[in-house]
Design a protein around this ligand. Structure first.
Ligand code: HEM
Length: 530
C-alpha cells in the first residue's frame, strides 16, 4: 500500500527538500565556507557583526519555537487513506461519501489533552483523535476524542474547564496536590461533567495503543443530501485491532521506562508495515426522530445508546505513512470543526458552535496569521481560488489585477456558484442566553455507564476515584464528589466514601444489585494487557 502514492503525497513533493545536494547555503542561497567558527577580528575575537551566516544561524535558532497548542499539545501524526464501502447518496451529497472508487488521503493526529508538548503519553487523560480528509471538494475534519461525550454543554465554559485542569498559575506544578483540588472543585460544582468523568476514571482514559483506540466526533452533526434533506449523524471510529487499555500499575511503570510509549508504538507499527486500520461508522437519526430520545441530541454530554441507534460501518481508514518532519507536519497541522464539505453540516449544539469559532481563532495566533492554510500539511488537494489576499507569509502570487466582487474588469475573477449551501436550519424561541431545560439531566447516562461495566471494570473505576480524590486536600470537595457519585449509583458512592474514610452519601448502605450490561461501543471491552 505504501508504494501507491496518493494525491496528498504527490502534492507534498513540491515542498520537500531534496537530500541529494550537500552544499550548505544561507537562506539566501549563498554557499557557506565555515559553519564552525564565527568571523572574528584576529584569532581571539571579538566576533564581527558582518558575519551574516553566524547572525542568520543564531537568529533562526532563536525563533525555532512556535506556541504549543493551548490544549492537546502532545501529539503524534500519521498519513492514511480512507475508502468508502457503499455510496451514501440517500443521506449526503459529499463526493467522498458517494464514490467507492475514491481513495481519499487523510492525516490523523492523536493527542493527550492536558499535558505539555513534552509530557508523558500514558497519563490518565482524554485522547484526541483528529482526522483531516483531503477530499476532492476541499478539506473535511473530524476533530474527535476517544470518549464519546464531553465535560461541558456550552463552549463558554471551556476556558474555565481548561484552567481547572491545567497546573495552577503561580507555580505550574502539574501533579501538585492542589491541582487535584482545582479539577475536582470544578467537577463538584459542574455536575454536567459527571458522565464524562465516569469515562475518564475508567480504563478508557489509559489506552494501550493509538492503534487500539476508538474515536468519536462527539457532537451530533448533520448530513445533507442533494435534495437538501438533513439526517443527524454521530461519527465513530472503531479500530480493527479492537479497543484495549493499560491498567494503572502498568501506567505507573511505563511512564518511568518509556514516556513516549504510544508515540513509539504508532511510529514503529507503521514502519514495519502493521498499518493501523479504523472503520468509520455512523449513527443516523432521521430529522423526524429528533425528539424521540430521553435526552437532547444537541447535548454533547450524552451518547445515543447503540441499542437505540445501531452503528453502521461506512468505510475504512488505513494509516500507511509516517510524517517526514514532526514540526512541518504534526505540529503545524490545523484541524477545525468548521472544515466541512458540501453534504456535511452542523447542528445547534452550543459546544460545537463555540468550537467553530475557537479553532480558527487560536490557529491564527499559533501558526502566525491567515495564510497558515498554505502550509503544506494544511493545503487542500482541491484547487483554492478566492479574492482573499495579503497577510503575513503569503506564498501565492495571484495573477488577477483585481480582488473584489462583483467585478466587471478582471476576466478571471472567481465566481461563487454551485458551492457549499448551508442547511436551512430552523430557529426556535425568542429568549436569549438561556440553557434549554432538555440539557438538565446530568446523572442518568453516568449511571448507564456504571451499569454497563463488568465488576472488574467497576473496581478499576473505584480505584481511580480513590487515587484522584485521595490527592484532594480540601474535605468539602471530596464530600461533595462522593455525594455526586452516590447519585450516580449508591454502590459507587459507598465504595469511594469507604475508601476515603468518609461517611456514605445519604447515609446509604452498600447495594449489591448487579446491573444489566449495556454495550455502548459494539467493541470488546477494555482489557488489561496482561
Ligand atoms: C484542540 C477535540 C472541545 C478548543 C483539540 C484537538 C482535539 C480536540 C482532537 C487537537 C487537534 C490537533 O491534534 O491539532 C475536542 C473535542 C471537544 C473539544 C472532541 C468536545 C467535544 C473544545 C472546545 C473548545 C476547544 C469547547 C473551545 C471552545 C480547542 C483548541 C485547540 C483544541 C483551542 C487547539 C487547536 C490548535 O491549536 O490547533 N480539540 N475539543 N475544544 N481544542 Fe478542542
Amino acid at each position: 500500500m505504501q508504494s501507491e502514492r496518493d494525491a496528498k503525497d504527490r502534492q507534498l513533493d513540491e515542498h520537500r527538500v531534496p537530500l541529494d545536494d550537500h552544499t550548505m547555503t544561507t537562506d539566501q542561497g549563498i554557499p557557506v565556507d565555515d559553519t564552525d567558527n564565527s568571523l572574528k577580528a584576529g584569532t581571539r575575537g571579538p566576533t564581527l557583526m558582518e558575519d551574516f551566516h553566524f547572525r542568520e544561524k543564531i537568529t533562526r535558532f532563536d525563533h525555532e519555537r512556535i506556541p504549543e497548542r493551548v490544549v492537546h499539545a502532545r501529539g503524534s501524526g500519521a498519513y492514511g487513506i480512507f475508502e468508502l464501502y457503499e455510496p451514501l447518496g440517500e443521506y449526503t451529497c459529499a463526493e467522498f461519501l458517494n464514490d467507492t472508487s475514491a481513495r481519499t488521503p487523510t492525516f490523523v493526529r492523536f493527542s493527550t489533552v492536558a499535558g505539555f508538548r513534552g509530557s508523558a503519553d500514558t497519563v490518565r487523560d482524554v485522547r484526541g483523535f483528529a482526522t483531516k480528509f483531503y477530499t476532492s471538494q476541499g478539506n473535511f475534519d473530524i476533530v474527535g476524542n476517544n470518549i464519546p461525550v464531553f465535560f461541558i454543554q456550552d463552549g463558554i465554559k471551556f476556558p474555565d474547564f481548561v484552567h481547572a485542569v491545567k497546573p495552577e498559575p503561580h507555580w505550574e506544578i502539574p501533579q501538585a496536590q492542589s491541582a487535584h483540588d482545582t479539577f475536582w472543585d470544578f467537577i463538584q460544582l459542574q455536575p454536567e461533567s459527571l458522565h464524562m468523568v465516569m469515562w475518564v476514571m475508567s480504563d478508557r482514559a489509559i489506552p494501550r495503543s493509538y492503534r487500539m483506540m476508538q474515536g468519536f466526533g462527539v457532537h451530533t452533526f448533520r448530513l445533507v443530501n442533494a435534495q437538501g434533506q438533513g439526517t443527524f449523524v454521530k461519527w465513530h471510529w472503531r479500530p480493527k485491532l479492537g479497543t484495549y487499555s493499560l491498567v494503572w500499575d502498568e501506567v505507573l511503570r511505563i511512564q518511568g521506562n518509556d514516556p513516549d510509549f504510544n508515540r513509539r508504538d504508532l511510529w514503529e507499527a507503521i514502519e514495519r508495515g502493521a498499518y493501523p486500520e479504523y472503520e468509520l461508522c455512523v449513527q443516523l437519526v432521521p430529522e423526524s426522530r429528533e425528539h424521540d430520545f430521553d435526552f437532547d441530541l444537541l447535548d454533547p454530554t450524552k451518547i445515543i445508546p447503540e441499542e437505540q441507534v445501531p452503528l453502521r460501518p461506512i468505510g475504512k481508514m488505513t494509516l500507511t505513512r509516517n510524517p517526514q518532519n514532526f514540526h512541518a507536519e504534526t505540529e503545524q497541522v490545523a484541524f477545525h470543526t468548521a472544515n466541512v464539505v458540501p453534504g456535511i453540516d452542523f447542528t445547534n449544539d452550543p459546544l460545537l458552535q463555540a468550537r467553530n469559532f475557537s479553532y480558527l481563532d487560536t490557529q491564527l495566533l499559533r501558526l502566525g496569521g491567515p495564510n497558515f492554510t498554505q502550509i503544506p500539511i494544511n493545503r487542500p488537494i482541491a484547487p483554492v481560488r478566492n479574492d482573499q489576499r495579503d497577510g503575513f507569509h503569503q506564498h501565492l502570487i495571484h495573477e488577477s489585477r483585481t480582488s473584489y466582487a462583483p467585478n466587471s474588469i478582471s476576466g478571471g475573477c472567481p465566481a461563487a456558484r454551485d458551492g457549499y449551501r448551508h442547511y436551512q436550519e430552523k430557529v426556535e424561541g425568542t429568549k436569549i442566553r438561556r440553557r434549554s431545560p432538555s440539557f438538565e439531566n446530568h446523572y442518568s447516562q453516568a449511571t448507564l455507564f456504571w451499569n454497563s461495566m463488568a465488576d472488574w471494570e467497576k473496581r478499576h473505576i473505584v480505584a481511580a476515584f480513590l487515587f484522584e480524590l485521595g490527592h484532594v486536600e480540601r474535605p468539602p470537595i471530596k464530600q461533595a464528589m462522593v455525594a455526586h457519585l452516590g447519585r450516580i449509583h449508591p454502590d459507587l458512592g459507598a465504595a469511594v466514601a469507604q475508601g476515603l474514610g468518609l461517611p456514605a452519601p445519604g447515609g446509604g448502605q452498600v447495594h449489591s444489585r448487579t446491573s444489566p450490561a449495556l454495550s455502548m461501543t459494539g467493541q470488546p471491552r477494555s482489557v488489561a494487557t496482561r
